[in-house]
Design a protein around this ligand. Structure first.
Ligand SMILES: [Zn+2]
Ligand SMILES: [Zn+2]
Length: 355
């Protein structure tokens, strides 16, 4: 079968590899849609970052070349002998996290911060930019019909937004700031409104992405290159600041901006992987007792919430897809997006139109 594999920086190839067959609790999926993620492009442009190349990943035991693709939906075409609930013919989306189930964070339910955490399509165990993929039954979520064809691939980033909003302790009536209008920023805006936030201010340089943000629940959008975000938030909150600020941009000043915009006992959530360290003055956290937390991926419960929100907001999610390509076009598209993502929001690879 065809599989788009990462061989090294700026080197992804559509290789011919053996078709995987499910063993044990594994489910074999004909991939119908898989999203290209910002992290895939980071790996392409600046990697390897998380992709193991010399030391095998502790849970998968694999090193590059590895198949990419961790945001996807498809049709189940075969199941292993220990699979119980999922059946051939089911339409499913996949929780891409790979966790050990035994370490203290896993035992406490924080499987997303497993001490050995890995990700399907990054750390091995297959990947979705391929004709077929396999994963464990515990990672598979059955999709309701209300989620449009292909849009199950967006539940993975949506689950990331849902987890970030929980980390930000967003509650009814809050005003929140989201920096960055890429897919994760948009998913945070949507999840924040679903959690009851009354106002979502989203900052993003691209006019196209600012327009998209309105569909995802942003009540106010702003170009951060055209004025001071800190002054703007100060003005509209009478100097009190927002209850939570999310950094989905990772620009040099966005962490300082997030802290400066957050009010008393508020929370700053970093969801971004930064390419380099930035200077930061911790004294700025004292006067309003600002909490700064990280947010990584999601748990199975967050993914269940994403399925539920996806069923209610399927058309909005579908509007995030700006380009659709075939698997044969994927390597060329990586080269293009690796240079400049432009106004694209989500690029969807469609390996199969199943059945
Ligand atoms: Zn992703
Ligand atoms: Zn673990």
């Amino acid at each position: 079968m065809r599989a788009l594999r990462f061989h090294g920086r700026r080197d992804v190839r559509l290789d011919e590899i053996p078709e995987p067959e499910p063993a044990g609790d594994q489910v074999k999926i004909a991939v119908t849609a898989a999203g290209i993620c910002g992290s895939d492009l980071h790996e392409y442009r600046g990697g390897p970052i998380s992709i193991p190349t010399t030391d095998p990943h502790p849970l998968t035991g694999e090193v590059a070349p590895l198949t990419l693709g961790h945001e996807f939906e498809g049709k189940v075409v075969a199941v292993g002998p220990r699979v119980r609930e999922i059946a051939v013919g089911d339409r499913v989306a996949v929780n891409a996290a790979i966790w050990c189930g035994e370490c203290p964070p896993c035992r406490a339910g924080h499987t997303n911060i497993c001490t050995k955490i890995g990700f399907h399509g990054v750390s091995g165990e297959g990947g979705a930019f391929a004709d077929f993929d396999i994963t464990r039954e515990r990672n598979v979520h059955r999709l309701p019909e209300a989620i449009p064809d292909g849009i199950g691939a967006l539940l993975e980033p949506l689950a990331t937004g849902i987890h970030a909003v929980a980390q930000g302790r967003v509650s009814a009536g809050d005003m929140v700031l989201v920096q960055g209008g890429g897919v994760i920023g948009l998913c945070i805006a949507l999840a924040a409104r679903e959690a009851g936030a009354e106002q979502v201010v989203l900052t993003e340089p691209s006019a196209a992405r600012r327009a998209a943000a309105k569909r995802f629940g942003a009540t106010i959008t702003m170009n951060p290159l055209a004025g001071s975000v800190v002054e703007f938030i100060g003005d509209i909150t009478d100097g009190l600041g927002v209850q939570a600020a999310f950094d989905a941009a990772a620009a040099p000043s966005t962490l300082d901006t997030a802290v400066a915009c957050t009010g008393a006992a508020g929370t700053v959530v970093n969801v971004a992987a930064w390419e380099k360290p930035v200077p930061f003055d911790p004294t700025t956290l004292l006067y309003r007792e600002t909490a700064v937390v990280g947010s990584l991926a999601y748990t199975s419960a967050d993914f269940d919430t994403a399925v539920r929100i996806g069923a209610a907001r399927g058309a909005d999610l579908a509007s995030m897809v700006t380009t659709t390509i075939t698997l044969d076009e994927a390597a060329g598209t990586f080269a293009r997006l690796g240079e400049d993502i432009g106004d694209d929001i989500k690029v969807l690879v469609r390996p199969n139109r199943y059945p």
